[in-house]
Design a binder for this molecule. Structure first.
Ligand SMILES: Cc1ncc(COP(=O)(O)OP(=O)(O)O)c(N)n1
Ligand SMILES: Cc1ncsc1CCOP(=O)(O)O
Ligand SMILES: [Mg+2]
Length: 408
């Protein structure tokens, strides 16, 4: 422990005092206990004991209520760590999973729903590791703890009904991939979310204004170089939407270009589209993934880094981020600017496509932001509110190709 301590003076130190497992196994004896108290705890930026460990560190202090946890957090803080998180997952008779966070000044009660599952193996280690990762990314301690708690809750909820293996506890599926077979499946089609590039998002009103049927507009966009198409129908009745969607799936499939449906998972399923694009007030991506299965493409609109992290957790394939510039196509849509776009890209593990007010005059600047997971632009009016969809798409495609060659 002393040798370890000498290595740990530089970085933020998260100490998970593993002594008693959730299943009750005692994992550390009295000598380890005194080393924890005397050497490691005083160096820690945060310690994350469960209630049995907090009790052991405090000489067997009984911990049966949230009030007891608060007292324990304060008593542990007095030993020396800068912050204390007492995890109440094992607290008897509680409907919620309540943790107490104490930073030496304020006590925060952090609640999440208690998820009934045997698949809890490694949750404590995961929480501590996630806090460390968030701190390394520059988060404040409270924000790191909240993100980590939310992550563990999301994974528990996702993993709760996985049945693998014969142990007392089942797997905790950190990457949210086991249940849908994503871990051993490869996408059937040719779509690679890194190839978003020029994403044509349709608009019926604009096409009507220029007197073209939707399928003709989509075909022109594909001929001009669109690499993916989204059917975005805001006013159509379900039956009309579905009929149009079926025709559009036909044309897109004949070109090998994926067609996604805006908002409506039911329509996407009914016409066997390649996927859906959902926003923050549409069906959550996590549920869309459950309904659509592992092979379909799911895009999520994100305006903040937190939303981008959640989209990945939820099993999305790409993020649509915007409005980058002001737009008349979507009412009351906040403008993020290139800085907002960059912040989302940097927080995202997924490829990102920029949207909102993008046209031939600014698409180059968007792509030149230099963030490696910015994979393209999504455009409505600059393609469809024009006389020639083919000419506009060709022009934008050439601009994007030029920008891509500059970046390389
Ligand atoms: C590629 C892409 N990005 C963002 C959006 C916007 O989705 P949403 O926020 O759900 O708004 P609506 O388009 O549904 O009005 C999108 N459609 N496509
Ligand atoms: C659907 C959507 N989501 C964010 S901005 C936007 C509209 C984009 O349309 P345009 O390309 O015409 O600005
Ligand atoms: Mg939407």
């Amino acid at each position: 422990m002393r040798v370890l301590g000498s290595f740990l003076s530089e970085a933020a130190l998260v100490v998970d005092p593993v002594m008693v497992s959730t299943s009750g196994d005692v994992l550390a004896g009295p000598s380890i206990l005194s080393s924890f108290r005397e050497e490691l705890l005083p160096m820690a930026d945060i310690i994350t004991p469960n209630i049995k460990e907090a009790s052991a560190l405090l000489g067997g202090m009984p911990l049966e209520t949230v009030a007891d946890m608060r007292s324990a957090a304060k008593a542990l803080h007095a030993i020396g760590p800068r912050n204390v998180l007492v995890k109440g997952g094992d607290l008897p008779d509680s409907l919620d999973a309540i943790d107490i966070f104490f930073d030496g000044k304020d006590c925060h009660e952090l609640r999440s729903s208690r998820i009934k599952t045997r698949n809890t193996h490694g949750t404590g280690c995961t929480l501590a590791s996630c806090i460390a990762a968030e701190l390394a990314k520059g988060s404040s301690m409270l924000s790191a703890v909240k993100v980590a708690k939310h992550y563990v809750e999301t994974v528990l909820e996702y993993s709760k009904d996985i049945f693998i293996g014969n142990g007392r506890q089942g797997p905790f599926d950190h990457l949210l991939r086991l249940k849908n077979g994503i871990h051993n499946s490869h996408r059937q089609g040719t779509f690679n979310p890194s190839n978003l590039f020029l994403y044509a998002v349709t608009d019926s009103q604009m096409n009507k204004k220029w007197g073209r049927p939707m399928v003709d507009a989509i075909e022109a966009a594909i001929e001009g170089g669109a690499t993916i198409v989204q059917l975005r129908e805001k006013d159509a009745e379900t039956r009309e939407f579905l009929e149009m969607a079926k025709a559009c799936v036909g044309i897109c499939r004949s070109y090998g270009v994926p067609l996604l449906i805006n908002d409506r998972v039911d329509v996407a399923l009914a016409c066997d589209a390649d996927g859906v694009h959902v926003g923050q007030s549409d069906m959550p991506a996590r549920i869309a993934r459950t309904l659509l299965g592992p092979e379909k493409i799911i895009g999520v609109s994100c305006k903040t880094p937190e939303q981008a992290q959640q989209a990945w957790i939820d099993g999305a394939d790409y993020i649509g981020c915007g409005g980058v510039y002001p737009t008349n196509t979507k009412a009351n849509n906040p403008t993020l600017g290139l800085d907002g776009l960059k912040a989302v890209c940097l927080a995202s593990k997924l490829p990102v496509v920029a949207i909102g007010g993008i046209n031939a005059s600014n698409a180059g600047s968007v792509m030149e932001t230099g963030v490696s997971n910015l994979k393209g632009v999504a455009v409505v009016s600059a393609l469809f509110d024009r006389e020639s969809v083919l000419a506009e798409t060709r022009n934008l495609h050439a601009i994007l190709m030029e920008a891509a060659s500059q970046v390389k």
